[in-house]
Unconditional design. Structure first.
Length: 273
């Protein structure tokens, strides 16, 4: 009899706790967040900020992936076209036909423009101050630096989201815990029913912060390494261009290649923006 009475008394409590645990679900969280926004302003603000940060980072993740993929897919073809062209004038024309976003053709055009500019001003004080090698080298350094900076576009956003989204989520977690303790004090009893909802809010805010930050961090690290590889190709191509536009021959594997038509006579390329 005593055991039956104890079981009967414990059944309502167990059912109430089980029902309270359903407040940890996602459906309850979103219903609470949007049906009663005035009661949870901080949670709603944190959620909106995390959604914006996530969308922002995914935009750059996709945009950078497309940009880097196009650069890597065209890289070998553009470089090969330049060296396979029989004359400097033809090479310049081939580079001018490349897409405006293609960096290797821009670097080649900067070198050709510098060599042509130096030849046009032979006998001037500028030519006396800088020989052709130094003038072409300066133009190539500026071109490589400019294209390297262009590769970094969007990485700042990914780094910001990757580092800040977790802390924004933790802000929501802190307020969720405060709400849980406030509900516990208001109820006057230490029950699951009093804290299940606020604890669920806190856990979901942490999860949303991680969902926003993890892809951004992974993408940032991957793109940073990819950019380093691309910049190394910039430098390699720039060294070959410097040799060619300074001497008329490409230094390859320690042996000069057969010189083609002198690059200094090339028609100055149109500025590529």
């Amino acid at each position: 009899m005593i055991q039956e009475a104890a079981s009967a008394a414990a059944a309502p409590v167990g059912n109430a706790n089980a029902h309270a645990l359903t407040q940890l679900g996602g459906a309850h969280f979103f219903r609470m967040l949007f049906s009663e926004p005035g009661q949870h302003p901080v949670d709603l603000a944190v959620f909106i900020v995390l959604v914006i940060m996530s969308v922002w980072s995914w935009y750059y993740i996709i945009a950078i992936a497309i940009r880097n993929g196009l650069i890597r897919s065209r890289m070998d073809k553009v470089i090969q076209k330049f060296w396979d062209t029989p004359s400097a004038q033809d090479a310049v024309r081939v580079m001018e036909k490349q897409p405006s976003s293609e960096p290797f053709s821009k670097i080649a055009l900067e070198a050709a423009s510098a060599a042509a500019h130096h030849q046009r001003h032979e006998g001037s004080r500028m030519v006396e101050a800088l020989n052709r090698s130094e003038f072409v080298d300066r133009a190539l350094r500026q071109a490589v630096d400019r294209e390297s900076r262009n590769l970094e576009g969007g990485l700042t956003v990914l780094a910001t989201v990757g580092s800040a989204a977790v802390f924004v989520g933790l802000l929501g977690t802190v307020f969720g815990i405060i709400n849980a303790l406030t509900s516990l004090g208001a109820s006057g009893e230490s029950s699951v029913q009093a804290v299940a909802g606020p604890v669920g809010e806190a856990l979901y805010m942490t999860a949303f912060g991680l969902f926003a930050a993890i892809p951004a961090v992974i993408a940032y690290n991957g793109y940073a390494r990819s950019n380093r590889v691309t910049v190394a190709h910039f430098d390699e191509f720039a060294h070959d261009l410097h040799d060619f536009f300074s001497t008329g021959a490409r230094i390859e594997s320690g042996t000069p290649s057969m010189p083609r038509q002198q690059p200094a006579a090339a028609t100055p390329p149109a500025a590529k923006k």
